[in-house]
Design a protein around this ligand. Structure first.
Ligand code: HEM
Length: 408
């Protein structure tokens, strides 16, 4: 097939934001490893994506906007605050990555996460009470956004802050994870990042004066104990936890609920079999991944699908496409099946050294939120038009109108 006739990754195709999966399917069937004319490589098959994530020493993680030509003239790697911007573990390689991740892992333990169960349950039940009272509500506003936002704020031990402003800023900041941005968007991202850092520096100063038994106090202590976590790094890890803590789980809860409501047989199955809740959450993560792609820069050549990706190449690994790979998930990979045994093999939390640090927390929040909602509201139903967020990477909903009848 001539190069120009080949199918290329193109998020601007009509209908992509409503349903990107037919496009991903075509890519992975016809052109799974692409040296894209826009200057990046694009991988859409499970094995290729997983191999890249695990490639370890041969890949480097850098901010996406370093890479021309998708961002002519726009870079987040210069200007005031740039050091702090790129100091999060997500954008670092060993030895910095290893050191930063170890510090956060020490306080982000499985035990600490399990201990949150009663509090998460309380927050969910309170939101469900309100939904019952109202009858009709927007699930994103009522539960999917506020739950993870409250949980990560409480874990960090933050005082009540200007939620609306922070939501706005982090919504802009995560646009840096999109594969394309124009100059104006890149500037907006940069300003949001600088403002979030300034807010976070103030919060750190406040926490130094008001230490408590929380994540932020523990991170500050790590800095104090001379474990070489400098101020920029501290601020960056807090921003990362804060943003990653809610910008992703909101999509798990909203996309998962939508998938359920569009598949009444699966909705009925979950109502009858609450024991399937944990597996159902894995299937929601697989079926409509809250983070659709991640990226790497090769520091040595890498083979994928029989092609040599050269040193210096910028590579997008499409987690969402990999999650629909029929070789791994079977011929019905495009179907939602809550009892799917292989569901947990999804790549929605990435893989290799950067595997999501918050996976256990996200799972717990998803299980409690969706599990309790489904059991409490047998008549949970869509109540109008949904609004998709039109993001290529952190795919989710701005609005999910639902209705319920008050029950117990
Ligand atoms: C990394 C997805 C929730 C904290 C990642 C990565 C993915 C991901 C794909 C790897 C990125 C890469 O390899 O380039 C998700 C999804 C979530 C979720 C789908 C919810 C459904 C959370 C939560 C937190 C969190 C709740 C923390 C409160 C992190 C951190 C990293 C990370 C700190 C960086 C790890 C590293 O670089 O070593 N996440 N995440 N995530 N996630 Fe999550």
């Amino acid at each position: 097939m001539a190069e120009q006739e080949r199918v290329w990754f193109n998020p601007f195709l009509p209908g992509f934001f409503n349903d990107p999966y037919p496009h991903y399917k075509q890519l992975s069937e016809e052109h799974p490893v692409q040296d894209h004319p826009l200057g990046f490589w694009f991988l859409s098959r499970y094995d290729d994506v997983l191999a890249l994530l695990r490639a370890g020493q041969s890949v480097e993680i850098r901010n996406i906007s370093d890479v021309p030509p998708a961002h002519p003239g726009a870079t987040l790697d210069s200007g005031p605050g740039a050091a702090a911007l790129s100091a999060s573990m997500l954008d670092r390689d060993p030895p910095d990555h290893t050191r930063l991740r170890a510090l956060v892992t020490k306080v982000f333990t499985r035990r600490a996460i399990s201990a949150l169960e009663p509090r998460i349950t309380e927050l969910v039940d309170r939101a469900l009470d309100e939904m019952a009272e109202r009858g009709s509500s927007d699930l994103v506003e009522q539960l999917a956004f506020p739950l993870p936002f409250a949980v990560i704020s409480e874990m960090l031990g933050l005082p009540p802050v200007d939620n609306a402003r922070i939501r706005d800023l982090s919504g802009t900041l995560v646009r840096s994870l999109e594969p394309v941005a124009d100059e104006e968007t890149a500037q907006a991202i940069f300003s949001a990042a600088v403002e979030l850092q300034t807010l976070t520096r103030d919060l750190v100063a406040w926490k130094r004066a008001n230490p408590a038994d929380d994540l932020l106090t523990a991170l500050i202590a790590a800095e104090h104990e001379g474990q070489v976590l400098n101020e920029d790094e501290l601020v960056s890890q807090v921003v990362l936890l804060y943003v990653a803590g809610h910008e992703t789980t909101v999509n798990l809860i909203a996309n998962g609920t939508l998938a359920l409501l569009r598949n009444p047989d699966q909705h009925a199955l979950l109502r009858q079999r609450p024991d399937l809740t944990a597996n159902a959450v894995e299937e929601f993560l697989r079926y409509d991944s809250p983070v659709q792609q991640t990226r790497r820069i090769m520091i040595s050549p890498h083979e994928a699908g029989g092609l040599q990706i050269p040193r210096g190449a910028f590579v997008i690994a499409c987690l969402a496409a990999a999650n629909r790979d029929e070789k791994v998930f079977g011929p019905d990979a495009d179907k939602l099946r809550l009892d799917r045994k292989e569901a947990r093999h999804h790549l929605s939390f990435g893989g290799g050294p950067h595997h999501c640090l918050g996976a256990a927390l996200a799972r717990l929040e998803g299980q409690i939120a969706i599990g309790r909602m489904v059991q409490r509201f047998p008549d949970l139903a869509l109540d109008g038009e949904i609004e998709v967020n039109n993001r290529i990477n952190l795919r989710g909903l701005n609005k999910l109108p639902i209705k319920v009848h008050a029950t117990v």
